[in-house]
Design a protein around this ligand. Sequence first.
Ligand SMILES: [Zn+2]
Length: 885
Amino acid sequence: MRRYLFCSLVLLTVVSFSPGSLAQEPGAEIPRPESVFGFLPGTDRQLIDYSQLIDYLVLVDQASARVAVREIGRSTLDRPMKMVFISSPENLERLDELREINRRLALDPVIPGDELTGMIDEGRVFVMATLSMHSTEVAPAQTLPLLTYQLATTDDPEVLGWLENVVVMVVATLNPDGMDMVVEHYREGLGTAYEGGSMPGLYHHYVGHDNNRDFVALTQAESQAVSRVFSTEWYPQVLLDKHQMGRTGPRYFVPRYHDPIAENIAGDLWVWSDVFGSAMAREIGAAGLTGVASNWVFDEYWPGATTTSHWKGVISLLTEAASVRVATPVFVEKNERRVRGKGLSEYKKSVNMPSPWPGGWWRLGDIVQYELASWRGALKTASMLRGEILAFRNDLCRSEVALGGTEPPFYYVIPRQQHDESERDHLIELLLEHGVEVMRLTEPAAVDGVNLSAGDWVVPLAQPYRPFVKEVMEVQRYPVRHYTPGGEVIRPYDITSWSLPLHFGVAAIELETRPEGFDELLAPFGGMDPVVPDFASDWGVALDPRDNASYRAVFSAFGSGAEVYRAPTGLTVGGEVLPPGAFVIEDPPADLMQHGATARSYALEARPSVELQAISKPRVALIETWFHDMDAGWTRYLLKKYGIPFTLLRPGDVAETDLSGNFDVLIFPDADSDILSTGKYKSNGEYQINDYRPEYRQGLGEDGSKKVDAFIEGGGLVVAWGRSTELFFDDLVFGEGDDALEFALPVSDDSESLSEQGLYAPGSLLAVDLVTDHPVTWGMPSRFGVFTRGRPVLGTSLPVLIADRRVLGVFPGEDILLSGYAEEVELLAERPAMVWVRAGRGQLVFFGFQPQFRASTPGTFKLLFNSILLPEVGEDEAGVAGVGR
Ligand SMILES: [Zn+2]
């Protein structure tokens, strides 16, 4: 059979699965992609959008018994998420039976020998794929119609054999909304100077590129849907996650991954990803294509990407193709080729890149060829090693369960008693959503000298997803590996801490022993019962400020017009002592608790006799640049989730906005302060030209900055963290002309000098001790973990003129690093982590960490919510320096 043929529509070698001239069913005609779209996907400067993609797959589904399309969920903006199954008609007819075999192999450690042999004979390898989640990385999704057509029509006996052994299931794109955004933007730019340029804003409604960082916290609809497919619905044995990278490096990445690798994942699973990676590289080479790199840049240490499936026993493969300018070709001169990062230092023939690409034209059609070839490698391998792959999946299940019963830790206990009970429930629900087995203790027990109560939750390690359980429940200790003995440490690709208990502020106990009879005290736990108290006949309700869910309820109460108060000295109700900052809601809406179902709430017969401060709904504006501003997007997501209304302001709009008249609070999430102020990046001290249209590269400018100063002068509140804080470390000016008052806030960023001294925190969880009597810290424990990437490091000084400051939290003197990796972290000892600043009647809250990092740090959400709810500074408190709160 001819494997590689010339296609008349694109003058390129076309890798193919030899589409046949005849449709396999009499009467049914499978449409060619080019006859439906008017062009062959992969053609220069042509893209199909999401509905074209799905409509085509449905057409093929209708005409072919080898293809079936199913919905797996809805996207954030409510597009259907579709998965296409491609296999032999016989396999597709028995999908449910095959799925049950998958489930047993993945989760059942005690399948009797004969039955197991039968299952391996009967079973098929399920190769799942997720395409183009980063929507500017268009090629994998654009390839799907070609792949589907070729597999649906091929009469190549070899490929037909693969389809008998393998069930392909492809999530058409992991990000349908983004695909439409990018295609629309690209089409608008065609033929202009901005063709192929950056799309303004985020290509996922909330989280942009960070959609590949959400597979532990599962906050977004798309990650939930895809995680469900591999964790609790289909249990594929192989997962391919297809991406693109820069334009000047290697042409294609396949595993082997680079160090560090996750220590909790079995050694053999790494070997399997090498087997598939090598097979893909081999097939790409066989098609005459060059430039494949492996064991390069991409480590597989942190969970959070789509390949989090790795921790659940799935052979998980990342591929990355070199990009074009969306669909516009690029020409790369030989001298412009670059490699950098772990594993490749020269653009030269080496074991990690044995056939360097020579440079030249690089087109969308080229990427399509690499994609199809990589698919061939994956399917051929899955088919050839079918029995071994299925047997391996169950081997892994058995060995992980066995390990959990013989090697400590044996259990994680999540006690009922928690500082924040709503996040306790959130954590348990999240584990269940991941397919983790959670149990409940039926009677009290003492283990490892710890007294456990009936009703405590227990997560046993003796379960198939043990690597995942251990990874997300333990404290992270970075696997330090060196390039050479005693040499440089291999640094991480992304963050280094994700411990759910620490990030959620939920206590969990690791049990190192396995007492006789303990398992018999455990009952399966299926999920939380919704609690909906009825306050209809009462005066009102008190809510515990330690529960994040209380804040959601409070914001819904604002919406209903109820009166809301905080009790600065706390409150005793129904025998319970609520700490300072307790919420009191008079005449709450009937559905209050649906917005905060698991918050601790207490009916009040009458107005409590303690001091109450009325609070009202703040008018919030959020500043977000057009420069793919992910932290702002995550903040939008969090505000939406908690029902906190806000207005989105772009920096360039501020000068024309009446800030003081419209808003009480301005939030500046982490963003490059140069982009915020000028609309341009600075690199090596020079402003860089970028390819956004001019309307998207407007900064605050001088007029916008003046507006912000005036907003503060008028009693406004600014909440800022990350690099945005730098905007406020220059002088502020209140008033104009001769009366203008120029002054500096008594706060600074010391991160630059500390990083010169070796401070390095690539995404680490650090301890902070709090001042607990301030409205910003109400509801918080006195010590907790904060997530930081090392900037800013706050410093304060004696205030002058009308400014004042109060340090609200400091890093402790020792034992600063709670989880993850950091170098020279002791330089942070006793430095401020959080500072409240007053400037006249204006207030600013600065965080030296990210209180809502990727919505994965609920332990510090309250600091943000409390800041938003800060009461105004009265005239009598607004005077000279030194009169702080
Ligand atoms: Zn990507």
